[in-house]
Design a protein around this ligand. Structure first.
Ligand code: EPU
Length: 342
């Protein structure tokens, strides 16, 4: 049987990626119902096309026009699916807005996601790069991820371990990259909640507000204030958050760098390695606030690259390469991009 799919042709993606870079998709389908995924898979024409699964478009860099089919996840729904002695389990559809989910949980009185307030993007994208901020990574709250498997046509559930989470990384960026379409995510929100205010920015913001025993809502408000001050609003200035990961180096390399650069910002990791603040490295190379063509480095945070207007993906790539070369030349450290390049 041939299904008529409501596929649009030659669709501009400029307003569907938070960088706002100029790019077109050859074909585009709004996935409001996951049955559409099976219909695409069973269609001889569309199943043979390259696919790009798009959520909020906040962690991709479109380097060129996409000569395939964009599957734009727009399914909705948030519900409590269970509860036990230790946690409330909340399932959210991939197409829901991430920050919308955070606010929904807080409004119900469920704590746990507050440090991850105001992160742009969709629920379905959150596990892919294991979003993290202010001392929390989403892996700590994810119970399971359901995906449609394009190779088998089956719905598959991955538990937390199967997601192979790491710093800004998961199995969805690697082995399952071309095969999985995340359909929904189930979170376990702890009943015995403890405020996480270890991150200096959060502690300072709460102190400035004279809050000593913060509620989850108050932490969320503090995080929203910090992010709004430091990071550009993608609705105003195109960007994809941190453009580079904070690089991990061993203790010997960190000690060597610290000897040469006493101001170096680094954080010890559980395995004894150190995470270096890439924003500091880039800042030291003098890139903060600078531009190369239509691509620029944000004035208040050197880790964030921005679209100064009309940039193509290639402009952002050229700037990223120039920055990486400088950081590597000065510090001997290789930077790795955080967004997925398409
Ligand atoms: N710094 C500078 N100059 C700059 C930027 C930063 O010297 O231009 C220094 C700061 O002074 C600070 C250190 O670098 O000592 C770290 O900066 P910040 O606290 O702003 O955090 P970050 O390491 O730059 C990471 C995440 C962010 C997350 C924040 C808060 C990565 C790649 N980025 O940034 O995540 O919001 O911590 O937890 O891990 C994202 O992934 O898109 C993102 C925004």
């Amino acid at each position: 049987m041939h299904t008529i799919l409501p596929i649009a042709h030659q669709v501009a993606l400029n307003d569907k990626n938070t960088f706002g870079v100029v790019a077109n998709a050859a074909a585009y389908l709004k996935v409001t119902d996951i049955a559409l995924l099976q219909a695409v898979r069973l269609d001889p024409l569309w199943s043979a096309m390259p696919r790009l699964v798009l959520g909020g478009g906040s962690n991709i860099l479109l380097t060129r026009d996409f000569a395939g089919l964009v599957l734009h996840m727009q399914n909705g729904g948030i519900e409590v699916v269970g509860e036990d002695a230790t946690a409330v389990h909340v399932r959210a559809a991939a197409g829901e807005s991430w920050h919308g989910l955070v606010l929904w949980t807080l409004a119900q009185g469920y704590a746990g996601l507050e440090n991850l307030s105001l992160i742009p993007g969709s629920v379905g994208a959150a596990p892919i790069q294991n979003i993290g901020a202010y001392g929390v990574e989403v892996r700590e709250l994810i119970n399971e991820v359901r995906m449609f498997d394009f190779s088998t046509g089956e719905m598959t559930t991955l538990d937390n371990v199967a997601c192979e989470f790491a710093y800004r990384d998961s199995v969805f960026k690697h082995r399952l990259r071309d095969q999985a379409v995340i359909v929904d995510v189930t979170f376990s929100l702890p009943k015995a909640w403890l405020a996480n205010t270890r991150y200096a920015d959060v502690a300072q913001e709460l102190a400035a507000r004279a809050i000593t025993q913060p509620s989850a809502r108050q932490i969320s408000d503090a995080v929203i204030a910090i992010r709004s001050r430091k990071l550009p609003d993608p609705a105003v200035i195109g960007n994809a958050g941190s453009f580079f990961k904070n690089p991990l180096v061993d203790a010997a390399q960190r000690d060597d760098l610290l000897g040469k650069f006493p101001q170096l910002v680094s954080y010890v990791q559980p395995d004894g390695r150190y995470k270096l603040a890439a924003g500091w490295l880039i800042d030291q190379c003098g890139w903060k606030g600078k531009s190369l063509g239509a691509a620029g480095v944000y004035e208040k945070q050197a880790l964030v690259l921005v679209n100064r207007g009309g940039a193509h993906g290639a402009d952002i790539v050229a700037l990223a390469q120039a920055i990486s070369a400088d950081v590597s030349g000065r510090f001997g450290v290789a930077l790795e991009a955080e967004p997925v390049f398409i």
